[in-house]
Design a binder for this molecule. Structure first.
Ligand SMILES: *Cc1c(COP(=O)(O)O)cnc(C)c1O
Length: 406
């Protein structure tokens, strides 16, 4: 086999399908988020409209101060796995902060949200004898990989469909161990799971629950504990999983659960045991971000206002976007080539950065631009974005919604 030809052909196929991914080479400016300078083929000033640093906490002075202080005090890396000299006081403090955020006895850190899902689901489902995992059809790749890695039996229930979930639960013996794995805010459609009803079913059929709150932590609930906090449900969930890399603006992942469950995963998860801990400065920055968002709701409120503004202005020019109760605005294009074309044009001609979301992140035919307004986008930023989309929609002859009668 000619290996290089194989790689080239595979990449050519991706290009032909419009699914080849090009990363925008951007340099973010501290203190000026969402502003950045493009350093790739396109150069110039850019406004970022697709960041998962949803509240701009990656630039927040409190977070940066905590990171600088920890860096100066502790140095760069953790120096090892948590087992071998890698546990620092910053990790211990951060886990306490996370347990408190979710009202759980304990929390356990991982190097990313991806790793936390992979390791925790892989370990729980793999080590509990005869465990069946009931997985929502739209779960994130990291959950799917963890479940697959566990080799446990898996049943996929229709997305957010309680009747289908119940039918699958009822088909299993009551005494057989079960784990229901799902998300609160789904990242691509921005819809939200019926958590209370899922917990009711879990009680009825004696199942554990595993909730990924990656797109909700920091953003919902009076202290940023997520949708489960907002709805008063945190104590009903067996495991709450989250990231430190999105709304908290830093990096890392975690689970929060009972002391024994966390200790179990700590003791048996390969993806926890055999990898170097996150740097102390990263842990300190994340803890500062969580602490700040526990006490301050102004960022959350401003974000929701911005989201409402962008939605209203999209409606006013008839650009179709998926209605949902979250902060994520999916603008549907429905074609991978057009989606990439619009994204390229936005960057080159308007200095607007919105990554095209194509297959395999979303199903074919549902290609979209995923807009994530933040508290730091101004009225002028919004006006510029809407003007750019209006022109490009005309240029690409994309469908518009009929405008409501005035
Ligand atoms: C991004 C994401 C993750 C992974 O979190 P990272 O910290 O980025 O690794 C997990 N679950 C969902 C739903 C995500 O969107």
């Amino acid at each position: 086999m000619n290996y290089e030809t194989f790689f080239e052909t595979a990449l050519d196929d991706l290009r032909a399908q419009g699914n080849y991914r090009v990363f925008a080479d951007l340099e973010r400016h501290r203190g000026a988020f969402p502003r950045a300078t493009a350093r790739g083929e396109t150069t110039g000033d850019v406004t970022i409209w697709c960041s998962n640093d949803y509240l701009g906490m990656g630039q927040h002075p409190t977070v940066l101060d905590a990171m600088h202080t920890a860096l100066d005090r502790c140095g760069a890396g953790a120096g090892g796995t948590r087992n071998i000299s890698g546990t620092t006081h910053e990790h211990v403090l951060l886990e306490a902060e996370l347990a408190d955020l979710h009202g759980k006895e304990s929390a356990l850190l991982f190097t990313s949200g991806y790793v936390s899902n992979w390791a925790a689901l892989g370990t729980l489902a793999g080590k509990i004898p005869e465990c069946v995992v009931l997985s929502d059809a739209l779960n994130h790749a990291s959950m799917i990989e963890g479940i697959r890695h566990s080799k446990a039996e898996r049943m996929i229930w229709k997305h957010n469909d309680l009747a289908d979930l119940e039918a699958k639960l009822a088909s299993l013996p009551l005494e057989r161990p079960k784990l229901i794995a799902f998300e609160s805010v789904y990242s691509m459609d921005g819809d939200i799971a019926p958590i209370a009803q899922i917990c009711d079913l879990a009680d009825k059929y004696n199942a554990m629950t595993y909730l990924d709150e990656v797109h909700a932590v920091g953003l919902y609930g009076p202290r940023g504990g997520g949708i489960a906090e907002r709805e008063g449900l945190m104590d009903r969930l067996t495991v709450i999983e989250g990231t430190l890399g999105k709304a908290f603006g830093v990096m890392g992942g975690y689970i929060a659960a009972s002391a024994d469950l966390c200790d179990f995963v700590r003791s048996f998860a390969s993806g926890f045991i055999f990898t170097t801990a996150i740097p102390p400065a990263v842990a300190a920055g994340a803890a500062a971000s969580i602490r700040h968002l526990k006490a301050s709701s102004s960022e959350r409120e401003a974000q929701q206002e911005r989201v409402a503004q962008v939605r209203a202005q999209l409606d006013s020019i008839g650009i179709p976007h998926v209605e949902n109760p979250s902060h994520i605005i999916p603008v549907m294009v429905g074609d991978p080539h057009k989606c990439k074309f619009i994204s390229d044009k936005l960057l080159q001609d308007y200095g607007v950065y919105i990554q095209p979301i194509n297959y395999p992140t979303v199903p074919k035919g549902t290609e979209r631009l995923r807009i994530t307004p933040s508290p730091v986008h101004s009225d002028a930023d919004i006006a510029h974005l809407i003007g750019a989309l209006e022109e490009l929609w005309a240029q690409c002859q994309l469908a518009r919604m009929p405008l409501a009668a005035q």
